[in-house]
Ligand binder design. Structure first.
Ligand code: PAF
Length: 280
């Protein structure tokens, strides 16, 4: 595996691969099994796997965890190599965003103004801009993203089509711990006693499925039941419980097979976790 630090060198490598398919897995590092499953999937779909490792400052709000975001380059390097990655692209922020940088990619509010976008203003502009840059730099044929960030996936799909970026977007299912917690680099922020509270998300998904299986279709009634359920765990505060259409992210009043339940819950006032899934 080679490590490339500079965008220009990354593009030069991509151009040398002419004819060999490149799959990109964009990441912010601190790899866990979720990331590795994306890398392995990418390896099944293309000749060469490139992984970007960049904690993108523009997608963090001023009060968010940019400085504290977990990092471990040596461990990430070893894990990516073992997963068969050809190139690890780990640029510096100063090379991605030089002083003169002044372009932002903004996807419309109908996708970015709700769910995580409502409590994290500017977040999806940061994500869209960096992913657009990564596509330009790495020039992949396809890119693999995890379904845990369902809204991010919808935003990136929209941007890729709207801007004719010519990159196939592949989504990969959420990878969970044995107890159901969706894997996330941010799980490392959880104190041991908060682990039970963190399970409120996956258990709320399970409860929604049980209620749907019994015939409940009302998003309003389901939301009320899930809110009570999540708040029955200590130290939890619901950010949102939303039933949305899988592609448009429009809120639905009656759930069906195209509905995604999206959840965001703060644990202990600090650790914000997300999860999602179909309920029927
Ligand atoms: O999902 C992430 O880790 C990030 O949002 C991404 C897609 C790598 C962009 O920085």
């Amino acid at each position: 595996m080679i490590i490339i630090r500079h965008p220009t060198e990354m593009t030069a490598w991509a151009k040398e691969q002419a004819g060999r398919g490149i799959a990109l897995v964009p990441t912010m590092g601190f790899f866990h099994e979720g990331h590795l499953s994306l890398m392995r999937r990418a390896g099944q779909l293309a000749d060469q796997v490139a992984v970007s490792l960049f904690v993108n400052p523009t997608q963090f709000g001023p009060q968010e965890d940019l400085a504290a975001y977990p990092r471990n380059f040596e461990s990430d390097q070893a894990m990516a190599e073992a997963a068969g990655v050809a190139v690890l692209f780990a640029p510096d922020a100063a090379d991605m965003y030089p002083a003169v940088f002044s372009t932002t990619v903004t996807v419309g509010k109908e996708l970015t103004g709700k769910l995580c976008g409502a409590s994290r203003p500017g977040h999806f502009a940061g994500v869209a801009t960096v992913v657009c840059k990564l596509f330009s730099i790495v020039r992949p044929d396809l890119a693999v993203f995890g379904e845990k960030d369902w809204q991010q996936l919808a935003v990136i799909r929209r941007m890729t089509v709207d801007l004719n970026l010519g990159v196939e977007i592949v989504s990969h299912p959420i990878v969970r711990e044995a107890d159901g917690l969706a894997m996330s680099s941010r799980n490392t922020y959880l104190a041991p006693q908060q682990r039970e509270a963190a399970l409120s998300l996956s258990r709320a998904l399970a409860l929604a499925r049980t209620l749907a299986a019994k015939g409940e279709r009302s998003a309003e009634r389901l939301t009320a039941a899930l809110r009570d359920f999540i708040h029955s765990f200590q130290e939890t505060a619901v950010d949102y419980i939303s039933f949305v259409h899988q592609d448009s992210l429009q809120h639905v009043t009656e759930i069906d097979e195209t509905t995604i339940l999206a959840l965001a819950v703060k644990i202990g006032g600090k650790v914000r976790l997300i999860d999602n899934g179909r309920v029927m």
